[in-house]
Design a protein around this ligand. Structure first.
Ligand code: FES
Length: 516
């Protein structure tokens, strides 16, 4: 039965949600059966992994806490690249020259896998090959661009210098990558999930896995409503949920801001475009129902830091300098995780029983690295090995001297852990709080996460994140409580929107029912 399930982990609607009605074909789940694999999460990583395994003859079940595409896949800008946020020269210096080459090949293979799946299943997901342009505007940026150019060539990636960039700003130097691509992410995963269920795979929604126990090579996953038994488990949830895991300290959560806009003329960029600012901006065009939209992103910051409203204002102002914006059609933000040493963590989950896998630390490259994760994890489950298992081993310990920013991230996690709980300024009343907004306030000697809805009704929550007890922060555009430590996010009523937290924020009964 068709259901409209276009929900996402935030109040703002992405352009993808606006024109696709996600639905899950009926599929029969059997709680008495031991499945070959349980995949937790129905974003691009989970759905692709499940399809590859099911296609190979395994019987799989996907458990999704909300609906497919609820997380970052529903909020991505869906750039498909043969280069990544972590440059090949960064990989070479943190790992080795051979690792940089292997990274390049693995990315290339994931691009080709996406294309092959689109072809094989004749997926109508607006897939298009594009050129990808990166341009530098200052001397420092040009030096960095040269480094990207040279290290990409060295790693075997096709790239060239160009004089043409589809953006109306001056630049010093630009490069162009051939055979990049774009698609509609929800249409794509919807088609994969349909193929998965056609092959006998099972998808169950609204099922938040809260605990997994393992015995005799069988894992039993529990939600509030059911138990699922499986021989292998894949956490396709970005950061693995649950108690403290080493990966929680090797990944920093970030939010990126996106607008979809119409232009006053037809100068929509033909290609994928990136500047070299820090953080960088990115542009592309997508045509929906005959209307072109410029999709512009950037102004990223760490989750629970910064001012989301201001990030949108800055992004809009910046975009207007580059393109003749007529109207902002929609705006939204999405979350990603920056890995400590620059490469994603894909493989066996450290500290867990054998047969439990994870995939996280995708940086801003979720479409390709989510697909790469599906390739690696399906190989590990089917054959017990992958040619990439060592490079992306989640248990690897690498010196991260080249990634000073990430070291700061981890220091910040610790500071937040201690400082926020005791250092917030005292706020005595919720009366100043505007409607449909939230804040951490001090009330009657207790810290509270207060949300006032548009009727003036007040919802009070314990602001202590149920993961490992950092204090959440109000996100004034997605209308959510975001944890600055490992990126858990909660709805205004405390419901978990994204992990690693599994438990909702505790509701606090207040005598305040209404503020005028
Ligand atoms: Fe880890 Fe909140 S996400 S403490």
């Amino acid at each position: 039965m068709e259901k409209n399930q276009n929900t996402r982990d935030g109040r703002n609607q992405s352009i993808w949600q606006k024109n696709v009605s996600m639905f899950s074909p009926d599929s029969a789940f059997d709680s008495t059966k031991t499945y070959d694999a349980l995949i937790v999460g129905a974003g691009i990583t989970g759905v692709t992994t499940a399809l590859l395994l099911q296609k190979a003859g395994l019987h799989c079940v996907i458990a999704e806490a909300h609906n497919p595409g609820y997380g970052t896949t529903g909020g991505t800008t869906a750039h498909i690249n043969t280069f990544a946020d972590t440059t090949f020269s960064e990989v070479e210096s943190a790992f080795s020259e051979n690792s940089a080459k292997q990274f390049a090949i693995s990315i290339q293979e994931s691009v080709e896998l996406i294309h092959a799946l689109v072809e094989t299943y004749e997926i109508d997901c607006d897939f298009e090959w594009k050129k990808g342009y990166v341009y530098a505007q200052t001397k420092d940026e040009t030096e960095e661009l040269d480094d990207i150019l040279n290290s990409s060539i060295k790693a075997g990636v096709e790239v060239a210098v160009t004089n043409q960039v589809p953006v109306n700003v001056a630049f010093q130097k630009a490069i162009v990558f051939d055979r990049q691509a774009q698609f509609h992410p929800l249409k794509y995963i919807h088609a994969l999930q349909t193929e998965f269920t056609k092959l006998g795979g099972v998808l169950i929604e609204n099922t938040l896995i809260q605990d997994i126990t393992s015995q005799n090579d069988v894992h039993t996953a529990s939600s509030t409503s059911t138990q699922i038994k499986a021989k292998a488990v894949v956490y396709a949830t970005h950061i693995p949920p649950g108690g403290v895991n080493v990966l929680h300290f090797r990944n920093a959560p970030y939010r990126s801001y996106v607008i979809a806009a119409t232009l006053t003329n037809d100068d929509y960029p033909e290609g994928l475009v990136y500047d070299m600012q820090e953080p960088y901006h990115y542009f592309r065009t997508h045509v929906i129902d005959g209307q072109s939209y410029l999709i512009a992103g950037g102004h990223d910051h760490k989750t629970g830091h910064g001012d989301p409203k201001q990030s949108f204002l800055d992004l809009i102002e910046f975009t207007k300098k580059c393109y003749p914006v007529k109207e902002i059609f929609t705006r939204w933000s999405a979350q990603y995780y920056v890995p400590a040493d620059g490469l994603p963590y894909i493989g066996s989950l450290p500290g867990a029983s054998d047969g439990i896998y994870t995939a996280t630390g995708f940086n801003g490259n979720g479409m390709i690295l989510g697909t790469l994760s599906a390739m690696i994890l399906s190989d590990l489950i089917l054959q017990g090995e992958s040619e990439y298992e060592e490079l992306f081993d989640p248990a690897r310990i690498k010196p991260i001297a080249g990634f000073t920013e990430t070291i700061k991230e981890n220091a910040d996690v610790v500071a937040r852990f201690i400082g926020d709980r005791f250092g917030l300024e005292k706020i005595d009343s919720v009366s100043k709080l505007p409607a449909d907004s939230g804040d951490i306030v001090e009330y009657d000697g207790h810290k509270l996460a207060i949300y006032k809805d548009s009727n003036g009704d007040v919802q009070a929550l314990d602001p202590v994140c149920t993961h490992t007890k950092c204090i959440v922060k109000w996100n004034n555009t997605e209308k959510s409580w975001d944890c600055p430590c490992h990126g858990a996010r909660f709805d205004t009523d405390g419901t978990v929107q994204s992990g690693p937290a599994r438990e909702n924020l505790k509701k606090i009964a207040l005598n305040i029912l209404k503020e005028n």
